[in-house]
Structures are given as structure tokens and as C-alpha cells.
Design a protein around this ligand. Structure first.
Ligand SMILES: NC(=O)c1ccc[n+]([C@@H]2O[C@H](COP(=O)([O-])OP(=O)(O)OC[C@H]3O[C@@H](n4cnc5c(N)ncnc54)[C@H](O)[C@@H]3O)[C@@H](O)[C@H]2O)c1
Length: 387
């Protein structure tokens, strides 16, 4: 078992999710690499006792991330900080010769992402990936298997999305994710968009142009100190993209919905692929269920529901009949990162983390979407998908 010593920069919500996934690494049975958490950095030292209390392996806590990067014991770094810091911190991690797992959106805007990509290209020996966990749900893995097999036939249409509703509460105090200076002009696209792009980009489906409708529904929020603060980020986004399937050289419509204000929705990812031979759809509302419809001429068209259980990309101690959840998807994503660290390539195409080129493509899409909204027009993407 190869051990990779990790540091975390940004020890908040997602930093703890990684630490917790690492703490139960014994859950995974067929992996020959594991993370060991040795260093934690956050501006808020009140977060440190949770880490030091649960992880005797943590020998460094610091409020200055450069100190963590100067620690020779740290081989790889997970960075989960606000979007305005991605470019600087990711580039500094690479300059310090460490492997990097970054968070989406991988830079606050397109120039920031391009700067990260340029730094990545100078460091081909370091593994650089971007976090996105939803494809690791077993039902979605199964749907992705159909993509790999070319089972859908000609694509009729693809719909993906990520829906939240917590921002329906107009009295919810503003936080950095609703402030344009920390979250960026993309708003909800920067926050939720990568999740809805991962499967599409990994499939090699190439968005050519986009017509976007962006909504700013809640324009101010409590500032947490008795006053009100402007909330300038986009709350909801609907993107309609003309998209090319290189397998058939035929275009199809791909619609992404990214919503912070989707009444009734808690934290729901969905993917729907409709094809001439096969259609399949999955939503995390019923995460265990994959709906499938095979088309056979003359045979009645009927959707089947398959309960996929715990049939994961990386095998675990959990019996195959049990249900799979969010924290499992986080651990599977980390298993994919560790597998790639140890073996230099993903276990299979859809059991791989988002690459820097895929992150760049998401920026090209969201930047075109902003222009589409401004001009009320369809906008071509700046470049094709990076190969
Ligand atoms: N993959 C996912 O499902 C998912 C979910 C939520 C958030 N995210 C992403 O993770 C990242 C972090 O989001 P979060 O929800 O964990 O936010 P968070 O606010 O809970 O945590 C961010 C942490 O960064 C710290 N921080 C800020 N500036 C810092 C600095 N200069 N040095 C060190 N620490 C600093 C803050 O004190 C905070 O503890 C964002 O990029 C976000 O988009 C991903």
C-alpha cells in the first residue's frame, strides 16, 4: 500500500469531507494507495481542534498556506478555498512541487483558469485534478457505462443539472458564495456548474454554442450584522447548447439547469440521455434508481427501473444490496484521485476526476453563457473541447 501524505488548504465544509473520507479508507478493499493527512491550513484556527482531535497524523496546523507548502512532508494538497483565491493558491501549490486536487470552478473566471492551466502544463509530473463527485454514484456509473459502449445510438437530447432550494429563504444571511467578489461573475454556474458538465465532457460531447438565461432572483440579503447586503450573483441558470457527438458527428441539444432557487429541491444532481436505441435517466432524488428504456421497433416503449445498490467503481466492504450516498461519492472520487496518483491513469474513463482541460472547457462555456445573457443571443464557444 503506497501512502501519499496530504495537506489541506481550506479546512471548512469540503476540507472536512476529504478528511472524513480519508479516515475511513479501510472501507475500500481493492486500492493500493491511501492518503495520510499530515498538515492543515485555514485562516480560521478554530477549525484545527477537529482535525488534531481526530487525526494524530496531523503534525502541522497553520494559518499561512505558504508554511504548509514549505513542509517537505506534504506531497499532495487539497485546496478548498473561496473562488477568488483559486488561481494564486493552485499556482503556488504547483510551484511548490506538490500534487493538486483543486475545487471547482478551478479559478474565479476564464483568465484565472487559463493561468492555472499554464502552470499545470509546466508541471507534467504533478497530478492536477478538479473535484466533482456525482459520477461516482453507482447508478450514474452504470449510465456512463452505456455511453462507453455507444449503446444510446444517435443522441436525441441530453439534460443535466444541479438543483438547490436553500436560497429560496430570502432571510438567509449572505455568505461568500453569494458575493460576486469571492464567488465570481459566474454565480451559480461557478458553484454548481462543474457537476452538470463532468459526464458530458468526459463523454467527449462538444458544446458548440450556448444560449443562456440567467436569473438574479434575490437581489439583497441580510448581511449577518443587522443590515442588508447586495446579492449580485446569478441565482439560476439555464443553458441550451448545440452539442456535437463525435461518435456520430451529429449535433444534439444539451440543456443544463443550475439553480440555487429550485423550490423543493435539496441538493439534486440529474443526468438524462435520450437516444435512438437506448434512453436512461438518473436523479440523486432516488439515487439508487437508474431508469432505462431500450427501443426495439414494434415492441411497446416502457421505462424500466433498476435498483443499482452499492456497485461502485472502487470496491468496498459494503454489501452490494445497500444504498449509496453523498459521503460515499466523495470517498469514491478520492479513490479515483489516489488510483491515478499511483497508476498514472484512471481505472476507467468515467472513474476519473475532472481534468484541467475539462475545467477549462467549463469556463469557456460559462464565459460564453455570460455573453449570451448580456447580448440575449446565441454565442459560439471560444474553442472546441480540449482533446
Ligand atoms: N465538490 C463539492 O461538492 C463542493 C461542495 C461545496 C463547495 N465546493 C467548493 O469547495 C471550495 C470551498 O468551499 P467550502 O464549501 O468548503 O467553503 P467553506 O467556506 O466551508 O470553506 C472555505 C475555507 O477556506 C478558508 N480560507 C479562506 N481564505 C483562506 C486563506 N487565504 N488561507 C487558508 N484558508 C482560507 C475559510 O476560512 C474556510 O474555512 C469552493 O471552491 C467551492 O466551490 C465543492
Amino acid at each position: 500500500m503506497k501512502t501519499y501524505r496530504f495537506g489541506i488548504i481550506g479546512a471548512g465544509l469540503m476540507g472536512r469531507e476529504f478528511a472524513s473520507a480519508a479516515a475511513r479508507w479501510c472501507h475500500l478493499t481493492d486500492l493500493d494507495a491511501r492518503p495520510e493527512l499530515v498538515a492543515v491550513c485555514d485562516m480560521n484556527p478554530a477549525l484545527f481542534p477537529w482535525y488534531t482531535g481526530h487525526f494524530p497524523s496531523v503534525r502541522q496546523t497553520t494559518t499561512a498556506y505558504q508554511e504548509l507548502l514549505a513542509n517537505p512532508a506534504v506531497e499532495a494538497v487539497y485546496v478548498a478555498v473561496p473562488h477568488n483565491l483559486h488561481q494564486q493558491v493552485y499556482c503556488d501549490v504547483l510551484a511548490a512541487d506538490k500534487h493538486l486536487m483543486g475545487e471547482k470552478p478551478f479559478g474565479i473566471d476564464l483568465p484565472a483558469c487559463e493561468a492555472i492551466i499554464a502552470a499545470t502544463r509546466q508541471r507534467p509530473d504533478q497530478l492536477v485534478r478538479c473535484s466533482s463527485e456525482s459520477p461516482f454514484f453507482p447508478a450514474l456509473q452504470q449510465l456512463c457505462g452505456y455511453i462507453e459502449q455507444g449503446a444510446f445510438g444517435r443522441l436525441i437530447e441530453v439534460n443535466t443539472g444541479f438543483l438547490h432550494s436553500s436560497d429560496l429563504d430570502q432571510d438567509k444571511p449572505i455568505n461568500w458564495k453569494r458575493r460576486i467578489e469571492f464567488n465570481g461573475e459566474y454565480g451559480v454556474m461557478g458553484d454548481l456548474g462543474m457537476h452538470a458538465c463532468h459526464v458530458v465532457f468526459r463523454a467527449g460531447w462538444q458544446p458548440r454554442n450556448v444560449r443562456a438565461l440567467l436569473s438574479d432572483i434575490v437581489k439583497e440579503r441580510p448581511d449577518g450584522q443587522g443590515g442588508r447586503a447586495p446579492c449580485k450573483t446569478w441565482d439560476n441558470a439555464t443553458l441550451l447548447c448545440e452539442t456535437l457527438d463525435p461518435r456520430t458527428s451529429e449535433p444534439f441539444p444539451w440543456t443544463l439547469k443550475l439553480q440555487r432557487i429550485a423550490p423543493g429541491q435539496k441538493n439534486n444532481w440529474y443526468v438524462e440521455v435520450l437516444g435512438t436505441q437506448l434512453s436512461a435517466r438518473w436523479s440523486s432524488v432516488q439515487a439508487d434508481v437508474l431508469e432505462v428504456m431500450e427501443y426495439h421497433p414494434g415492441v411497446p416503449q416502457a421505462w424500466q427501473q433498476i435498483q443499482t445498490g452499492y456497485d461502485t467503481a472502487f470496491k468496498t466492504i459494503t454489501g452490494g444490496i445497500f444504498q449509496f450516498g453523498f459521503t460515499d461519492s466523495i470517498q469514491q472520487m478520492w479513490a479515483a484521485y489516489l488510483h491515478e496518483l499511483a497508476h498514472g491513469q484512471p481505472k476507467k474513463p468515467f472513474a476519473g476526476c475532472v481534468t484541467p482541460d475539462e475545467a477549462l472547457l467549463s469556463h469557456q462555456l460559462f464565459t460564453a453563457a455570460l455573453e449570451s445573457q448580456r447580448r440575449a443571443a446565441t454565442v459560439a464557444l471560444a474553442t472546441d473541447i480540449a482533446s
